[in-house]
Design a protein around this ligand. Structure first.
Ligand SMILES: [Ca+2]
Length: 454
């Protein structure tokens, strides 16, 4: 074979090898792998790819710090449902009376839980949110109103509205809902109003037009009870934390009382109790099957009963905190009594994971010792006021809702950016590989050419 032919044969082999190698590399390279030389070269020549990539990695790092989105369906008190009573009748409405004028920073509408995975839900399609200092809304601020385009159906992610107004009344009116046998049906699990970072809607009076109430399941008060199908108000897990306080009982007659003494008497806005996580893998968190709260302004000898709760579904787990509004009740000593244990097999337990006592935007119970009285013994407990439950840090409900909203927004953006990113990266890396193969091939072949020519 003449030397030139041998050279051409050899050159063909090298280029084939280079091309095969490049294809293997392109297939193996994921867009995030910028460590290999081809990926680096591709990014030097493609500013658009770099821009998209920077945005994706920035969004990824932000979203990783936000609260996780879970859906834990509620079994009772699901929320509120309404509809237009008659064709052409008045818009269905929901009005919260916050009790007094407060600065409103934000409002969250939390969708009702879905009935099945692909259920598009009954979040209202077109609606108006208004704020007013007057019950008749004679003067009002329109915070939000949908245009003629219907709002896309929401999953369980909270829908956020920014506000900068002072108001006592907040009204949601529905211009368009869903037609499911009844006209303009809509539903929500919670209607949250945040003032100075604090929830001011819990336990407030709700009045409605067009309710489709079902006792125990769908009713106006379920909009302001703090219960949402989104799990406990947590951020990331912190291992090695005390899960809370659990007492094993031997009979149904035994009780356990956790008592907390505040530094001074205070007007209590609400008490928040967090369920005890019995089993991490089963996602089971529980309260005692029956519990009661009493408060006392003095030494704790003459407590006044302020709250009583029976688990409406015996044995069911409770994947949401229990919010007990006390409307400024004066108290110094607070007793929380487990009257009936939660039962699993032959285990009977009285348990809680955290107790919060909120007054004027502050959790007065934080880091205070708690005295637990059970079977004639008093024990000092610190795990119920350490700011954690179920081995996770508890968040304020406003921050938690905001993180869930932000997470939803970022995940939607990432969902649309990822395919573009992948396409750009693959195209640029393929171009860079071809370019590199040619450059590498020619450089490498110069001495071979000299030898062959000789
Ligand atoms: Ca609720």
């Amino acid at each position: 074979m003449p030397p030139q032919h041998r050279f051409r044969h050899f050159l063909g082999g090298v280029i084939t090898l280079a091309v095969c190698g490049s294809q293997a590399r392109v297939e193996a390279a994921s867009p995030a792998q910028t460590g290999n030389p081809i990926s680096r070269i591709a990014r030097v020549f493609d500013p658009q790819l770099v821009k998209v990539e920077d945005r994706v990695s920035w969004l990824d790092s932000r979203v990783s710090t936000y609260a996780q989105h879970y859906e834990f369906p509620l079994k009772t008190g699901l929320g509120y449902r309404g509809a237009r009573a008659t064709q052409g009748g008045p818009d269905p409405t929901v009005t919260l009376d916050l009790g007094k004028e407060v600065p409103v920073d934000s409002i969250y509408l939390v969708p009702a839980q879905r009935e099945f995975f692909e259920d598009s839900g009954i979040f209202p399609k077109r609606f108006t949110l208004e704020l007013s200092k007057r019950e008749d809304f004679g003067q009002r601020t329109i915070l939000y109103t949908s245009g003629s385009a219907a709002r896309p159906p929401a999953d369980c992610t909270p829908v956020y509205f920014h506000a900068k107004d002072t108001a006592r009344y907040v009204r949601l009116s529905i211009q368009e809902g869903h037609n499911k046998g009844t006209t303009d049906v809509f539903g929500l699990s919670e209607f949250v109003v945040i003032s100075n970072g604090e929830p001011v809607s819990f336990g407030t009076k709700v009045s409605t037009v067009g309710g489709l109430d079902v006792p125990g399941m769908w009713f106006p008060e379920a909009l302001t009870d703090g219960r949402m199908p989104l799990g406990i108000w947590h951020n990331k897990p912190l291992m090695g934390l005390d899960p809370g306080d659990a007492v094993l009982t031997s009979s149904a007659e035994e009780t356990t009382t956790w008592s907390i003494t505040l530094d001074t008497p205070a007007k209590i806005d609400r008490i928040q109790l967090f369920p005890y996580q019995v089993n991490r893998s089963l996602e089971t968190s529980v309260f005692p099957e029956e519990l009661a709260i009493s408060v006392d302004c003095g030494t704790g000898e003459n407590p006044e009963s302020v709250f009583h709760w029976d688990n409406p579904v015996t044995g069911s787990s409770q994947m949401t905190p229990m919010v007990v509004p006390l409307q400024g009740k004066n108290a110094k000593v607070i007793h929380i009594t487990a009257k009936q244990p939660w039962v699993m097999g032959d285990r009977k337990i009285h348990a809680l994971s955290e107790i919060e006592v909120w007054s004027g935007g502050k959790n007065l119970a934080r880091n205070l010792p708690i005295t637990r009285e059970h079977a004639g013994q008093n024990v000092q407990i610190t795990s119920l006021t350490d700011g954690n439950s179920s081995e996770k840090e508890i968040m304020s409900v406003g921050v938690w809702l905001n993180q869930l909203y932000e997470r939803g927004r970022i995940e939607r953006e990432l969902g649309s950016l990822r395919p573009i990113h992948h396409q750009l990266a693959s195209r640029s890396e393929l171009n860079a590989t071809w370019g590199s193969a040619v450059i590498l091939g020619l450089t490498f072949l110069i001495p071979v050419f000299i030898v062959a020519a000789a």
